[in-house]
Ligand binder design. Sequence first.
Ligand code: NAP
Length: 460
Amino acid sequence: MSKPGSEGNPLKVAIVGSGPSGFYAAEALLKSELNTQIDMYERLPVPYGLVRSGVAPDHPKLKQAINVYAKIAESPAYRFFGNVTIGKDIQVDDLKKLYHSIIFTCGAESDRRLGIPGEDLRGSYTATEFVGWYNGHPDFRDRDFDLSHDTAIIFGQGNVAADVSRILAKTRDELKHTDIAEHALDALDKSNIKHIYVIGRRGPAQAKFTSKELKEFGELEDSDPILVGDELILNSESETELEDKSNAGNKKVYDLFQGFSQQNPSDNKQRRVYFTFLKSPVEILGEDCVESVKLEKNALSGDAFMQSAKGTGEYSEIKTGIVFRSIGYKGIAIPGVPFDEKRGIIPNAEGRVTDDNGSAVPGLYVAGWIKRGPSGIIGTNRADSVATVKALIDDLDLQNDSNDMPGEEAAINLLNNNNVNFVSFSDWKKIDDKEISRGEPKGKPREKYTYIQEMLDVLK
Ligand code: NAP
């Protein structure tokens, strides 16, 4: 038999996960010279991963990426199998018998932990839960966030923390024409939260917000950003960092902080977002639920660009009933695939999955956050997926002629034999159409279905 990818022997690839890195991997395969057939597996009945359930509803421009993905899905060489969990409905060993290669693009679905007492008290949530809830992700549909308190605390100063705090700070009017899930819009409308603390363990020069996201805090309808000038004093290493041309993004962020510190909060606005630095949570306190957080003041130590936060032994406490931990995502293991528990990624060498000895596992590849960890914006995943597909194609060149693989109908037979109610891309288009028409009367781009059964009922 000729090589996979040649005229008589199409390269059959399974992609596990339908977020940005999955679609960019599909795109790279389709753009290659190879004769390819791609089956993309997704555990939800609906595609697009974090673009659907991670990107904030009030950032519709970022969601336009789905137009690119829908175009990719039009290729006759592409098929979507939604509502299929790999490792549960089908095993990775089964996929290996059907496809020449498997690319895992399943993102980072869990969270890093603070590892402090009280972290699991009622009222202490992960950003993932809250983001999934307001975005209508079925896993988080029934979460009940107690927004009756006047103070909320967010740990972490990355763009997810910006999303969480901005959604808490926005009014119903600012959100009602977005694709925010209706249950979240209603609950947020009744929120009593007035004081939102966004707490960084390092200084203002090290905050990981992007300036575009930070700037929005100065433009909110009923909320002002608060920053005490003293907080912006820098050590010499941080000054060096901000003077470095390669660090222009952080300089812009710092300049915005300065602007916030010089601004007087408006008496007409009810909410405040406080940015505060050099504080680490050491304990979340409370009997049955969160009552306050204990913070330790930090000092930075180390050379410029390598500075880490060290506790000084000076403590403070903030009373609050609700805490969001937004300190970074973490991948979860798939049965039958090597996993690096510490880093929360599938171990790999340039996208080739590696075993305990560091040797490449033939036919297994990885791209996106589950390859490199949760960093970068949506577009970052394109280059990452292209690099993985290049490794996959380079490996084909080294292979001897190989057999045809069943792919196609065998995948459908396997799913049917396992009683899996899978969803095709044309099925998804029906769900998509319904969501869009449900949104129209409310002036929303869509009203998402938030239960898996509701999504499947559309197809009955
Ligand atoms: P992130 O950017 O890595 O930020 C994580 C934050 O948590 C950092 O401030 C980090 O501080 C802090 N942190 C980590 N461990 C901590 C601990 N033990 N105690 C206290 N603080 C701790 O992660 P993210 O916000 O989850 O975002 C993930 C990726 O998605 C990023 O690349 C982000 O830009 C992207 N994203 C983009 C958008 C957008 O484009 N609009 C929106 C959302 C997310 P240190 O710096 O000290 O580690």
